[in-house]
Design a binder for this molecule. Structure first.
Ligand SMILES: [Zn+2]
Length: 463
């Protein structure tokens, strides 16, 4: 029995991928896309550090592309087994994979146009690879045991991170030697909206745990809501539009949910809200469909509205023509669109038409990576280049923190310290300083042993 660590070990947060060896079986835990700079992305083209056809089963913690995004490539290169995950993740992956394939194709075409005469770049995978991959999915409910391979029992627990996100519990029996391994996937915050809290577990011999915010405490969500309310009030007085760049899965649904919850307080009846993103529209349907996964507040608020949200003056724009029409509206609209970091998608067009107008407001609600347009706006740059022209940034840019889908140090510690069996802990999915900060914190306050594996490390689990 052993674990090999690949992506999202070695001090990175993307490309989650680990292999569990049990007897002759190899089980892959997640198979995420490496994200970030162009150079980082190119690593996705490198051969897998294992033979895809030699993997016997895949277990996927959640739909986020940094956990799931290389699965179509795995299938393209010979994986023929089943992909086990939560039912909601099956639906979300269909939306995310199709988008990812389209982006990969667009990216390859753009590269080949720029680099005529060089060896052409092929997309990482295409829509037919996505179709082949989706056929291999087997969805499960939380708490329900299943046996992906003989001698291996698995069940999912709600991780409270995004819809369908799972903490994976595996009971492994090899020659009479039984071990319980818990893979945290990404863990959500306690008391976050829509979703249930992360499930607390008591028993494990080994815990593989994410550590994205291992060294940080989040700002209280309530303070963030107060801040958003104040921004909406001043935008109302200014008579402009409000732009909210948001990721399609998770953040968009939280924003919509807060508009419903604070409808009276924020005087949302003065506004028309547009969700201008085909992908976020699809993801939202899945979010509102899986009502049994919602927390009690969300069940009460979303009630019997099917896969719609009870938000008056709310419109969803699917076609490019509908989206284009929005550019002619000068005031009274809240536009929610991707991409979350303003490095593509329809939000770019909204920025182009509103950024030079002092009466307009941009609310940044998510992390903005270095090198993205979103980061330049957060940094307060006064001139930005879009579509080949320089534009003066006159709209008011607001950065609100506190809406993270990841547990912070206190929540991570709460989750980990609930185990009663003193498991060995392996921190994955975190930059080096976050992992070290959380390791120090845990070792200072408990007698647990915490390891920070690097890519390629193999840990024997016998004995
Ligand atoms: Zn995630």
């Amino acid at each position: 029995m052993k674990i090999e660590f690949y992506g999202a070990a070695s001090g990175t947060v993307t490309g989650s991928c680990h292999i569990l060896h049990v007897g002759q079986h190899k089980i892959l835990l997640d198979c995420g896309l490496i994200q970030g700079s162009r150079q980082a992305f190119e690593q996705n083209r490198e051969p897998f550090p294992f033979e895809p056809s030699a993997i016997d089963a895949v277990i996927l913690s959640h739909a986020h592309i940094d956990h799931s995004g290389r699965l179509p490539r795995l299938v393209k290169e010979g994986y023929h087994g089943t992909i086990h995950t939560h039912n909601a993740t099956v639906d979300l992956c269909e939306i995310l994979f199709k988008d990812s394939a389209k982006l990969a194709q667009y990216d390859a075409e753009r590269y080949n146009k720029k680099n005529k005469g060089k060896r052409p770049l092929y997309p990482l995978y295409d829509l037919s690879d996505v179709d082949d991959t989706l056929k291999k999915f087997n969805g499960h409910s939380y708490q329900a045991w299943f046996e992906p391979l003989a001698g291996i029992k698995v069940r999912f627990h709600d991780a409270g991170h995004i819809l369908g996100s799972a903490i994976v519990e595996l009971i492994i029996n090899e020659d009479g030697n039984e071990k319980t391994i818990v893979f945290s996937g990404d863990i959500g915050q306690f008391n976050s909206p829509i979703l249930q809290d992360p499930t607390l577990l008591e028993k494990a011999d080994i815990v593989l745990m994410e550590s994205t915010y291992g060294g940080r405490e989040h700002k209280a969500r309530e303070n963030t809501y107060t801040e958003i309310g104040e921004i909406i009030a001043s935008a109302s007085a200014d008579q402009g539009n409000i732009l909210i760049p948001a990721f399609s899965v998770g953040r968009t649904q939280e924003i919509l949910y807060q508009l419903v919850e604070h409808y009276d307080e924020w005087q949302i009846d003065n506004w028309a809200t547009y969700l201008d993103s085909p992908m976020a529209i699809e993801a939202s349907k899945v979010y509102w469909d899986f009502k049994h996964l919602h927390d009690n507040d969300a069940k009460r608020l979303l009630g019997d509205f099917g896969n719609k949200i009870p938000l008056p003056n709310y419109k969803r724009t699917v076609t490019p023509a509908e989206s284009k029409h929005l550019n002619t509206i000068e005031s009274g609209c809240i536009f929610i669109a991707g991409s979350g970091m303003c490095n593509g998608g329809r939000i770019i067009h909204h920025l182009r038409h509103n950024i030079t107008r002092p009466e307009c407001h941009v609310i940044i609600v998510g992390y903005q990576a270095g090198g993205t347009l979103g980061r330049r706006l957060v940094n307060g740059e006064k001139r930005i280049k879009m579509f080949g022209e320089w534009l003066e940034v006159k709209a008011q840019i607001h950065t609100v923190g506190g809406l993270s889908a990841h547990a912070d140090q206190a929540d991570m510690f709460k989750w980990l310290s609930h185990f009663k069996t003193k498991p060995d802990v392996y921190l994955v999915h975190g930059e080096d300083d976050s992992r070290q900060a959380f390791k120090d914190h845990v070792e200072q306050h408990t007698d647990l042993t915490v390891h920070c594996p690097v890519a390629g490390d193999v840990v024997m689990l016998d004995g």
